[in-house]
Design a protein around this ligand. Structure first.
Ligand code: SAM
Length: 287
């Protein structure tokens, strides 16, 4: 039986047994593999990096979707950058109050291949009438759109290849431009234990762009190296400061049934380990 060896880090990585190869090939942007692993279910990897598995995707997608949406409290319009497997859109459409979801993806074939070989991730959400799929580079979209959003979620791959631009000051500046008054940007920002520069760099860029910024975190087992950081940027401190009792009430009102997210985890996720704080603090020492 063949193995999938993750190549994100030199000298350290995870090995996943390929119990059944479902798809392997090059799209016009990336190398894509989807396979079944007895323990993790179906797994998708892009350019040698595990993107998502059926076993633990709920942690990542629930946190990246529900923390900004329930912190904001009155979301009507959402922008998603990096649609990929569709898991984040699946979590967003569960919020009945959301009227419109613009979903921007640079590589259409990832969406189509995941619909076919990873169907439980999108679970039909991409066909929700509120979802408008746009095939484009997220950097270009936020630079040129005249639409405004209550929440922007950047669910991108790591800053290698097509997603590198989604970690740039230009991208954050244009997201800030596209947010409504109390709007929130939430981003996938890597695993600081192994991608420490990503936390420092993003902290510096967010600090120079948003009046309220920070990070929250959650441990996703197949994003190896401990807790994954999520970036946060907003033109107001209101959402991030939402009281626990209010988040509890909104969570109850939402009718969401989750497997990871709850109001206490929401609040606790903003309490960061000391080594995160030191990496973030380093951003202020960078000239
Ligand atoms: N949840 C996964 C994670 O945390 O690593 C990633 C989700 S999904 C696989 C990431 C998607 O971002 C991929 O489909 C990729 O094609 C897309 N992507 C990468 N760069 C992009 C860009 N510049 N604009 C829009 N989509 C992009």
């Amino acid at each position: 039986m063949a193995d999938y060896l993750e190549t994100l880090y030199p000298g350290y990585g995870q090995r996943l047994q390929i119990d059944e190869l479902l798809y392997e090939g090059h799209t016009d942007q990336q190398h894509l593999v989807i396979f079944r692993n007895a323990l993790l279910g179906r797994v998708m990897a892009l350019d040698g990096v595990v993107q998502t598995t059926e076993a633990d995707e709920f942690i990542y997608h629930e946190m990246l979707a529900h923390v900004p949406i329930l912190a904001h409290g009155a979301v009507r319009k959402v922008l998603v950058i990096g649609v990929g497997d569709g898991g984040i859109v699946r979590e967003i459409v569960r919020h009945a109050g959301i009227a419109e979801i613009v979903a921007v993806e640079i590589d259409a074939s990832v969406i189509e291949l995941c619909r076919t070989h990873l169907p439980l991730h999108s679970a039909g959400a991409l066909d929700d009438p509120r979802v408008r799929l746009v095939i484009a580079d997220g950097l270009d979209f936020v630079a040129t759109t005249d639409e405004r959003f209550d929440v922007i979620i950047s669910d991108s791959t790591d800053p290698i290849g097509p997603a590198a631009s989604l970690f740039s000051r230009e991208f954050y500046r244009n997201c800030q431009r596209c947010l409504n008054a109390d709007g929130v940007l939430a981003t996938q920002n890597g695993v600081p234990f192994l991608q420490s520069a990503e936390l420092t760099d993003t902290a510096q860029r967010l600090a120079g762009t948003f009046t309220d910024w920070g990070f929250f975190h959650a441990a996703v087992p197949t994003y190896i190296g401990g807790s994954m950081s999520f970036g946060w940027g907003s033109n107001s401190g209101k959402a991030r400061a939402t009281e626990l009792a209010v988040v509890r009430e909104r969570f109850a009102q939402s009718g969401l049934r989750t497997r990871y997210y709850n109001a206490e985890i929401h609040q606790a996720a903003f309490a960061l380990p000391q080594y995160f704080l030191e990496l973030i603090g380093a951003a202020h020492k960078v000239p």
